[in-house]
Design a protein around this ligand. Structure first.
Ligand SMILES: [Zn+2]
Length: 190
């Protein structure tokens, strides 16, 4: 059971592997706050260039206005009751203190992001936020190998072999692809 704090702000974290519906869950929570006539902001990391500059589009095609943040100083000036962060692991590490300040000021913060990278190592920002959160949810995807519940993001080379652990943590558009996998079907790269 969840009991929302009566006074002040709080932090919710929604994490999980790729394709687990994190952005949909974030948008669902923010939409409900908008219906309740709260002031809502959705923020995205500057590195997120997959979508337009002012809009977040989920894998399922859901859309919501969301501004890209290039400088963390932009955040403190926002007038909002609820602030959502998409792909929070891609913000600089200073985001953890910024979010702490927001919650201390009475803002409800909802963060979604990857809990682990393709090597099964925790993302530092998500890890720190999970430790501080009042509420945390780990979403599951569907394992593309066995159909079971997936908690891991498998990076694959173009030939289908597991990507090397020595590769960069963030890599976009070099021919590799990602699959959600369960623990039993996950393959580590050499
Ligand atoms: Zn599996």
């Amino acid at each position: 059971m969840r009991i929302v704090p009566r006074h002040g702000g709080w932090l919710e974290v929604v994490c999980g592997p790729m394709f687990s519906g994190k952005s949909e869950e974030l948008m669902r929570r923010l939409t409900r706050a908008t219906i309740a006539r709260q002031r809502v902001e959705l923020l995205r990391p500057a590195a997120d260039t997959r979508h337009g500059p002012d809009e977040l589009v989920s894998h399922a095609g859901q859309r919501m206005d969301g501004r890209r943040i290039a400088d963390l100083d932009q955040i403190a000036a926002l007038e909002a009751d609820v602030i959502g962060f998409d792909e929070v692991q891609f913000f600089p590490e200073g985001i953890v203190d910024v979010i702490d300040d927001l919650t201390q000021r009475g803002v409800r913060v909802v963060c979604c992001g990857l809990d682990m990278d393709y090597r099964r190592r925790p993302w530092p920002v998500t890890q720190a936020l999970l430790a501080r959160a009042e509420f945390a949810d780990k979403l599951q995807a569907v394992c593309l190998v066995c159909g079971g519940p997936a908690t891991l993001s498998q990076r694959l080379e173009a030939d289908g072999s597991p990507a090397s652990d020595a590769g960069p943590t963030v890599e976009i558009g070099n021919g590799e692809r990602y699959e959600a996998r369960c623990r039993a079907c996950f393959r580590s790269g050499a």
